[in-house]
Design a protein. Structure first.
Lengths: 119, 238
């Protein structure tokens, strides 16, 4: 039980990554595949933030009254995740535009019909 | 077949990840008790203890993003720009735009409501990116809020769309301004994106040197860029 309590954020982000991977592997609708890629992205971002997390730590922002004595969480993963979120948005936007062009060309978003995939 | 095989793959992956968690603990939580010595550099704790006096910004994430790792942020803005460019190329070239069905005009209530809310959304976005060095938020977050205002206009007030050329001009000029600020730092102090403005007193709005200036430009750029992406995806004509 304490294992679950200690690692609940890691378990959550791994679960997100695995759910996204399952969607990418199984679903045949292109828009759902893009949603799966976005889920993997979210899981990885959550993992990076939780690596920098300190139990009961505060956000790395100082204020005048001050939260003295409290430890702050690591700011570097948060800054990196900020970058990663923006890049994830660009990836999803590009993927959606490719999906729009594929739909215009093939008249369907089904990946089995777009390419003759067997399974 | 396909589902079973993917489930097997996922099971193997899940077992591997779970066994990784069983090992020695990782992350900042694991070494929170250790004292900071000179041999071992811990960037997070170093930034947390020194960033306010070094940059003058009370938001450590903002000072990491704009000063310590400013070049990364420039690359990030470039990635977003390239993605918007690629999206526009994909959606606007080699394509006969008949635009057969014109969108219906919205009802008066929706139209008036959108026109009323739009400036308030822009104001909120501007508040977020102007206070980026003091409070949670910053250029990218404020830009995303601004872009949600553009999304509202494209959804609710068809026929009254923002001028694309003006959007593109604002976006390009603020991108150029970001690079120019970096080059001024190079000319004045010899390093790109140097914090050359006075740091001021901490916790004041006009403090932290170039951080609020850069964040305002990033906010304009990201807002216009995401607004353009929304416009392209919603099928607005150029």
């Amino acid at each position: 039980m304490s294992f679950l309590a200690d690692y609940v954020h890691y378990i959550g982000c791994f679960a997100l990554v695995l759910i996204g991977l399952y969607i990418v592997l199984v679903k045949t609708n292109l828009v759902k595949v893009i949603i799966g890629i976005n889920l993997i992205d979210t899981g990885v971002n959550l993992f990076l933030v939780s690596v920098g997390y300190i139990r009961m730590g505060t956000a790395p922002i100082f204020s005048e009254d001050g939260a003295a004595g409290k430890q702050m969480v690591d700011p570097v993963p948060q800054a990196l995740v900020l970058t990663a979120i923006v890049i994830g948005v660009s990836v999803v936007a590009l993927g959606l535009s490719v999906a729009i062009r594929l739909y215009e060309h093939y008249g369907t978003l089904d990946l089995r019909k777009i390419r003759e995939l067997k399974w | 077949m396909r589902k079973a095989l993917s489930l097997v793959v996922l099971l193997v992956l899940a077992l591997g990840l779970a066994s990784a968690l069983r090992g020695p603990s990782i992350g900042a939580e694991a070494n929170r008790g250790e004292l900071l010595d000179d041999q071992k550099v811990n960037f997070g704790r170093r930034y947390n203890s020194r960033a306010v006096e070094e940059t003058g910004a009370s938001n450590v994430v903002a000072s990491v993003l704009v000063t310590y790792r400013g070049l990364d942020t420039l690359g990030e803005v470039t990635v977003l720009f390239v993605a918007a460019l690629g999206l526009a190329v994909l959606l606007h070239t080699g394509r006969d735009r008949k635009s057969g069905k014109e969108a219906e005009a919205p009802s008066l209530i929706v139209f008036t409501g959108c026109r009323f809310v739009f400036p308030l959304i822009l104001l909120f976005g501007a508040y977020i990116f102007v206070h980026g060095h003091l409070t949670p938020g910053g250029g990218f977050q404020g830009g995303a809020v601004v872009a949600s205002g553009f999304l509202l206009i494209y959804l609710g007030c068809r026929g009254r769309q923002p001028d694309r050329q003006r959007l593109n001009a604002v976006e390009s000029l603020s991108g150029v301004a970001f690079v120019v600020i970096g080059l001024i730092g190079l000319a004045v102090g010899g390093s790109f994106l140097l914090n050359f403005l006075p740091k001021g007193s901490p916790y004041a709005l006009l403090s932290a040197g170039i951080i609020p200036v850069v964040y305002v430009f990033i906010g304009f750029k990201v807002g216009c860029e995401l607004g353009g992406i929304v416009a392209d995806l919603s099928g607005a004509r150029r």
